[in-house]
Design a binder for this molecule. Structure first.
Ligand SMILES: C[S@@+](CC[C@H](N)C(=O)[O-])C[C@H]1O[C@@H](n2cnc3c(N)ncnc32)[C@H](O)[C@@H]1O
Length: 247
């Protein structure tokens, strides 16, 4: 059996940017960047920092001036990178073949359920490649939705007009046996174009991250349930796991 390292076809890129950005407020991105900044200023997280799946650079751009010369973003979407490049050093590349030398980074972070868009068996492969590029003692922080929050609304649909005049139509269904939301997203643009993609988001609990990260050579050091640093609990809508590379 081969491992599929392919993410959701046709989702990342223009459809993702147009349909997701309206929901990513500056307030939220500022708070997330402040959380990352504080962790990255801690002594053991010194050195270069990799934004693993930087997208249009909402974290890398904020950190570029707060931690000058330290943050590098990687993503494979040219459209996202074109925007990120104006405010942060970013490079095009694939999670599964990172264009960096061994131990290049003192820390890395991966935000917004990014790893949950891959098949379960691809995640250890991506983590092994990431671990190769983080030096012993360096950090990895992974952010996503805690599994309990994904069960709150097992089925949902959305049909609304976005600020740019596009109509966004989405159906979401949570599958308890796979711990995934399966989604169908359609976007009708004001210029007459139509975009659509089906994809999933897999939600990993803390014990699962502990096992996945342990296999990649990281030990979990902390877990937070929000970017204010509060503990993860059953009301949390965020889950941020911080792990340190052994060795
Ligand atoms: C959910 S978005 C998160 C973007 C950003 N971290 C944020 O929080 O706004 C995931 C990002 O990962 C990128 N991505 C997905 N698969 C990738 C791969 N195999 N290699 C590199 N980037 C990838 C996508 O292009 C997208 O920008």
């Amino acid at each position: 059996m081969t491992t599929s390292t392919e993410g959701p076809r046709g989702f990342f890129g223009e459809l993702y940017l147009r349909s997701t950005r309206p929901f990513l407020s500056d307030t939220v991105s500022d708070a997330e960047a402040s959380f990352l900044e504080a962790r990255l200023r801690e002594g053991e997280a010194s050195g270069l920092v990799l934004d693993f799946g930087c997208g249009h650079g909402r974290h890398a751009s904020r950190l570029a001036w707060r931690l000058p010369g330290r943050v590098v973003g990687i993503d494979f979407d040219p459209l996202s990178l074109a925007e990120a490049r104006s405010s942060a050093p970013v490079t095009r590349g694939d999670f599964f073949r990172l264009p960096f030398r061994d131990d290049a980074f003192g820390a890395a972070y991966c935000w917004y359920n990014t790893l949950g868009t891959f098949a379960d068996d691809a995640v250890p492969v991506a983590l092994a490649e990431l671990a190769r590029c983080v030096r012993p003692g360096g950090w990895f922080m992974v952010h996503g939705t805690p599994p309990h929050a994904a069960t709150w609304q097992p089925e949902a649909s959305y049909d609304a007009v976005l600020p740019d005049g596009s109509r966004l139509v989405e159906q979401v269904r949570y599958e308890p046996h796979t711990h995934r939301d399966t989604l169908t997203r359609q976007l009708h643009l004001p210029d007459g174009r139509f975009m659509a993609a089906s994809f999933f988001i897999r939600y990993y609990g803390v014990p699962e991250w502990e096992a996945l990260l342990d296999a990649a050579g990281f030990s979990v050091r902390w877990v937070h349930g929000a970017v204010d640093g509060s503990a993860l609990n059953e009301a949390s809508v965020d889950q941020i796991v911080g792990a340190q590379k052994r060795g």
